[in-house]
Write a protein that binds this ligand. Structure first.
Ligand code: AMP
Ligand code: MG
Length: 339
């Protein structure tokens, strides 16, 4: 027990030093390549989206509300001329009307989530990260899944074509682009498989990170988990009107144990249902006045989309230990940097 606690403390002080003194490692050959891979991945993503009818939009950084569905993380706030504003945990709520305006849109923007200290150990959580967040007007969650798999394929292929040799030589990473369509597991199928693989996973709850990792290590290529149960996700993932309790949503999962790449869904757009879902998830509808007004004025605002984390993508492309290797001056959950 003591040695486990010792390991934990040692790892945390390593992370604190890593995060506070990133100029010491950022010039190493290995990290120079990581940052070039990240830039190549973003270039490939923009190339794919721009040539498929998407328009890049500048995202808000702060606003009266932000994404509440952030699984145990806390939102950061700022004093905005006497009002409490939120720093975007994701700009999800601001995508829908821009999708109605432009048809297909995306943001590439930073997010702040004050994640709990324990998530410093997952290799997948930062307190500040970038997200590529897109939304399509009139689309179903299946349409969004097809964009997600094509986008990931295009990114992996472009990075491999451009930097595959250096990835092998410097990082020992061989990247194999897997052609879509990717396998689709429904939520109950994923729970069943996780249990068969020896992971304790309650039915009806969000898939635990450990179980997602086990599934991700078991299935040899990227795959989707679809149709999470209501209660596992934010109020904005649409509930299937034909199957109460089932959400029209998905996660895209990387192989090799890297876990979640992206989360997406069709959006709940009936104002009364949105209010009911807000209440059910402990949100006060009064705080979302502008959002509900928008849903009423633009009714029926049918959209679907997803968000993919940039540091997790980089981690997967480079085969890194943690997302903290994919940012200069990374913000580690629960750890203030040494001044
Ligand atoms: P979510 O809406 O919570 O599923 O977030 C969308 C995507 O952003 C996820 O699929 C991840 O790729 C990424 N992401 C979410 N939270 C974090 C975090 N704390 N650190 C790094 N990436 C994250
Ligand atoms: Mg998610």
């Amino acid at each position: 027990m003591e040695s486990l606690a010792g390991d934990r403390d040692r790892f945390l002080s390593f992370l604190r030093e890593w995060a506070s003194r990133s100029w010491r490692w950022a010039r190493e050959e290995r990290y120079r390549l990581v940052f070039r891979v990240q830039a190549a991945a973003l270039r490939a993503a923009r190339e794919y989206l721009d040539s498929h009818g998407f328009t890049e939009v500048l995202a808000p950084i702060v606003g009266p509300v932000t994404d509440p569905g952030i699984r145990g993380a806390k939102q950061a706030t700022i004093d905005f001329y006497g009002y409490e504003y939120k720093v975007m945990s994701s700009a999800i709520l601001y995508k829908q009307y821009m999708a109605a305006s432009l048809g297909r849109m995306y943001f590439l923007s930073p997010n702040i989530r004050l994640e709990p200290l324990d998530s410093a150990f997952t290799g997948r959580h930062l307190a500040e990260f970038y997200q590529l967040d897109l939304e399509i007007y009139g689309a179903s969650y299946e349409d969004a899944m097809r964009v997600a798999e094509e986008l990931l394929y295009h990114i992996v292929k472009s990075v491999r074509d451009e930097l595959g040799g250096e990835l092998e030589r410097i990082l020992g990473r061989s990247l194999e682009p897997v052609r879509p369509p990717y396998k689709r597991l429904s939520y109950p199928e994923a729970v069943k498989l996780a249990r068969e693989l020896g992971c304790r996973q309650p039915m009806g709850a969000e898939i635990r990170w450990e179980c997602e990792k086990v599934l991700s290590a078991h299935i040899g290529e990227p795959f989707f988990i679809t149709e999470y149960p209501r209660g596992a996700r934010g109020f904005y993932d649409r509930e299937d009107p034909e199957r109460p309790g089932v959400l029209l949503d998905f996660d895209l999962i990387y192989p090799e144990g890297f876990g979640e790449a992206a989360s997406g869904a069709e959006r709940e757009y009936e104002p009364a249902r949105v209010v009911a879902r807000m209440r059910e998830s402990g949100e006060d509808p009064a705080k979302y006045r502008w959002y509900l007004e928008m849903l009423r004025e633009l009714y029926p605002l049918k959209t679907a989309g997803f968000g993919i984390g940039v540091e997790r993508l980089t981690r997967y492309l480079c085969g890194l230990r943690g997302v903290w290797e994919a940012r200069p001056y990374p913000k580690i959950p629960g750890i203030a940097p040494t001044p």
